[in-house]
Design a protein around this ligand. Structure first.
Ligand SMILES: [Ca+2]
Ligand SMILES: [Ca+2]
Length: 342
């Protein structure tokens, strides 16, 4: 008699994956179930020293691949343990990375955004589109960067800055809000100084607000639809991915409670709006551009992604908002990128 535990696997693009899950049969004695596996062990065979991305998809939706993490293969075969909940019912594949990114960051907190090209802005026919979401622009980001999987929490802000300006207190895992653009920039600078002092931040890297293009690239995660999970003109699925006026109960919520986007980022749609680095301009540049940083001067800064207080249309991937950088609001927070500066 055998016990089979339902692990699902599909073979990868560049290396075979083996998922082992069969308890050893004892043909004569009564069967004993020695352990129940709650995690998946994924075996990778690949060239030593190469970086490989482990991709996962929900068993019910195998087309929705996302990057779980990247690993540098130091021996082959290499065994990777997926520690996330419900890992036993996932599909896996592994893809070769373009080059080894710096692997300083804890992949539970940070996701690597590979260099690439995407279409920024929305098509003219997109439902509930605003006029400043065009013309659609082909944007190339020539460097990979790391993006916080979560909005900066009150716990993180308090640890770095020593204060918590937030309106919705009572749970430090809620996102920090009621921060000016300068507060957000100062947090990034303080975090950079702190992590440099401890030797955790590699030379040539710093923490920064994402540019608006980096933010939308990370939000879209390879998608071209209204949301990173597809088109949803009636906002029928948005509650699975974010907090907005229809489901928030008029307040922020602890980060990371909804489904992530395809690159493993949480709350890119809703919860708190997120400051970006750029000054606001009422149109996109159009054509093809590389590493855009927005206009060189202006009176307002960009913020993106929708929030708990406003309708679903403002949570769309392309939606843009602006405000004076000195303003604070209980709907407005930020997330941090780690970028290479030289
Ligand atoms: Ca958000
Ligand atoms: Ca807008």
């Amino acid at each position: 008699m055998q016990f089979r535990i339902p692990l699902l696997a599909c073979l990868g693009l560049s290396a075979a994956l083996l998922l082992g899950a069969v308890a050893r049969a004892q043909p004569i004695e009564a069967p004993v179930l020695e352990s129940v596996r709650l995690q998946s062990a994924v075996t990778i065979r690949a060239t030593l020293g190469t970086t490989n991305w482990i991709m996962v998809a929900d068993a019910l939706n195998p087309s929705a691949w996302r990057v779980l993490t990247n690993v540098v293969v130091e021996r082959s075969p290499y065994v990777f343990i997926d520690t996330e909940a419900a890992s036993w019912q996932r599909y896996y594949q592994v893809m070769a990375g373009p080059e080894p990114p710096v692997t300083t960051w804890d992949t539970n907190e940070w996701a690597y955004m590979p260099p690439g090209t995407f279409t920024m802005g929305s098509p003219e026919g997109e439902s509930d589109r605003d006029g400043d979401e065009g013309p659609q622009t082909e944007v190339t980001l020539t460097s990979g960067f790391w993006m916080g999987r979560y909005e900066v929490t009150q716990r993180q802000y308090l640890a770095v800055m020593g204060t918590n300006p937030s309106y919705y207190t009572g749970d430090l895992d809620r996102p920090v809000e009621t921060v000016t653009w300068d507060d957000a920039v100062n947090y990034c600078a303080a975090l950079t100084a702190q992590e440099r002092a401890t030797g955790r931040l590699p030379d040539g890297w710093e923490y920064r607000l994402p540019t608006e293009a980096q933010w939308e690239y990370a939000c879209r995660a390879g998608t071209t639809t209204q949301f990173s999970y597809g088109d949803d003109p009636a906002y029928a699925q948005l509650a699975d991915y974010g907090w907005y006026d229809a489901n928030s109960g008029s307040q922020t919520h602890p980060v990371g409670q909804k489904l992530p986007n395809p690159w493993g980022l949480y709350d890119m749609h809703g919860n708190v709006w997120e400051w970006c680095l750029d000054f606001y301009e009422d149109s996109l540049p159009g054509g093809s551009v590389a590493d855009p940083v927005g206009p060189s001067s202006g009176s307002s800064r960009v913020y993106r992604g929708g929030c708990w207080e406003f309708p679903g249309q403002m949570c769309r991937s392309a939606d843009r908002r602006r405000v004076a950088p000195s303003l604070t609001d209980r709907t407005l927070g930020f997330r941090v990128a780690a970028v290479q500066v030289r």
